[in-house]
Write a new protein. Structure first.
Length: 330
């Protein structure tokens, strides 16, 4: 057995529940690998696990994303070997640590042209942008010059989506909470940006689209934006909810969707899309291609030491971050 440092919580709560502990790890079993981490990604789902919004057994070692080097390979694992550079976004939680034993299914080889820090920052957010723009589509799909609305566009997923949408020819309307964040979204490919703190974003969307509305809304904010987002949609448009940064969406009656144009509502999660080894690799290859081509640049704006995970969570919940945030092991 090997002893490593990890961040663990004993019960749901605030950032102060994140405690540095020593844990023992052994050899990987069938279908597993042991990975020594080089960098760890920070994501809002980590907050949901910490607070108990997404209930998990306790005690819990949190974190869903990291990069590193394969140290050992269990029986039946054929796509990875000892010494491989790898990155992942994967259940179960546990990435906030120096090393771990984990399922190999969602772990992908990291191309030589992508650094460990970039790999840790981009997997969960980049795969999320991939499934939203490529796999979560309105009736009839999307084509060049179509309008889409993307909330929290200056965050990690948002800045990747701004660039990817531009590469696909879409007109992405970004929302963000400050002039600086709006400018950041525009610099990364958004066609328009709306400061939701000073403007009614639904009215502004109708103005931008000539009253037609957008074909799809991608919303990770949740409670604060859901109702108005429905009012942004064109007939038969799609409301794609994929997060709850402001809290869970209140219950609503499906009857309201008809008068708004027979619109669709879906609640998406990355882990449904990466349920198979084949799909995970296909999506990762698409992401790697976009990053290596330069069409999508991964912006890391904050770095915290693993021991300062609580400070990272505080900044994330205060919406004081832009781009991606990583935890380092130095």
């Amino acid at each position: 057995m090997t002893t490593v440092k990890a961040i663990q919580i004993q019960k749901p709560g605030g950032p102060e529940e994140l405690q540095l502990v020593s844990v023992e790890i052994g050899e990987p079993g069938p279908g597993e690998i042991r990975i020594a981490h080089k960098a760890i990604g920070l994501n809002f789902i980590d907050v949901y696990h910490r607070t108990g919004l997404y209930p998990m057994p306790m005690p819990l070692q949190i974190g869903m994303e990291a990069s590193g080097i394969v140290e050992a390979v269990g029986e039946g694992v054929t796509h990875l070997a000892i010494g491989d550079r790898v990155a992942y976004a994967s259940a179960p939680p546990g990435s906030y640590c120096e090393a771990r034993v984990m399922p190999a299914k969602c772990v992908c080889k990291l191309p030589e042209g992508i650094s460990f820090e970039t790999g840790a920052a981009m997997m969960l957010k980049g795969l999320t942008a991939q499934y939203l723009l490529k796999r979560t589509l309105p009736q009839g799909g999307l084509k060049a010059n179509d309008f889409i609305l993307f909330h929290a566009a200056a965050g990690g997923v948002g800045l990747i989506a701004c660039q990817w949408a531009k590469a696909l020819g879409y007109q992405l309307i970004a929302t963000a909470g400050s002039p600086e964040k709006c400018q950041l979204a525009l610099e990364h490919g958004a066609a328009f940006a709306i400061n939701y703190r000073t403007e009614n974003f639904a009215d502004k969307v109708k103005e931008i689209t000539g009253g037609k509305g957008v074909k799809v809304v991608y919303d990770s904010v949740g409670k604060d934006t859901f109702e108005q987002s429905l009012n942004c949609l064109a007939p038969f448009g799609l409301m794609a909810s994929f997060g709850n940064a402001s809290g869970p969406v209140d219950p609503f009656s499906p009857a309201i969707l008809g008068p708004k144009g027979s619109i669709y509502v879906t609640r998406q999660t990355l882990f449904s899309h990466i349920a198979s080894r084949e799909t995970t690799q296909e999506m990762a290859d698409d992401l790697f291609s976009m990053v290596l081509s330069g069409a999508v640049k991964i912006r890391i704006d904050q770095k915290f030491s693993l021991v300062d995970a609580a400070k990272a969570h505080t900044a994330l919940e205060a919406r004081a971050t832009t781009g991606c945030t990583i935890l380092t092991l130095d």
